[in-house]
Design a protein around this ligand. Sequence first.
Ligand code: IPE
Ligand code: IPE
Ligand code: MG
Length: 273
Amino acid sequence: MIDLNQLAEPGSAEEEILRRIDLARLPRHIAVIMDGNGRWAKARQLPRVEGHRAGIASVREIVETCARLEVPVATLYAFSVENWKRPRYEVATLMMLLKEYIRREINTLQENNIRFVPIGRLDGLDPSVQRELEWARKETSQNSGLRFQIALNYGGRAEIVDTVNRIIALLREKGLTDFRVDEEFFSNHLYTANTPDPDLLIRTSGELRISNFLLWQVAYAEIHVTRTLWPDFRRRHLFEAILDFQGRERRYGGIDESEREMFVEAGEMPIEE
Ligand code: IPE
Ligand code: IPE
Ligand code: MG
């Protein structure tokens, strides 16, 4: 049961937004491109890494809120395959903050029944980071609540290429030479195998691009871009994104629901799949 009192102070502005959300129509998967840490720091005349440090509070709040809303899956983009281009000190600090986050948050993750699932080219990370990730993954693997996927050394194209190679190896191993791969089979061999595609993709700090995130999976995601910088992103902003999502009409290539009936009566609609 979703406990609304745990999600917003009674009488607060965020409670007012929360009340407008239809809890029966929440996204099944929320994906987030956490962007704007550098700009947040710059605006305060602080080094970029201070933006990353401040961004951890947002991660904590958004992950906990998704868990309390009983959203099944959340994927946070934390480090892309392209982010190695950044100054060495920044990359090292990001990795250090990640390890710190895991150590500090593991109890909260357990208390909230959250499964921690790192995705990406994890073998390209420093062994000390890999060990922490694997430890947290195992510790939380029996939890049945929110699946919190954290994308690290992640690239959407890299994921597709890795999936192709994995499938080739699998088919070779099984001696299946004339097997035809379909979309479902392909999806189930991605890093995100057996999870629903994101219904809602949030990007903070106003940039109108995907930046190589979940390319296959976002095919029909609703996109919410906010100018709010990631370190300022709080529950209230998540509620606003969900409200925005619930106001969208999803057609998946079809036509408006309100127009459908007329065409069904006229015998114009193809047989339902
Ligand atoms: C997002 O914030 C965090 C990571 C990519 C790791 P940025 O560091 O990209 O912040 P801006 O875009 O420079 O403001
Ligand atoms: C996307 O943000 C990657 C992460 C959030 C980890 P970037 O800041 O790296 O993306 P670009 O450079 O603006 O496309
Ligand atoms: Mg950025």
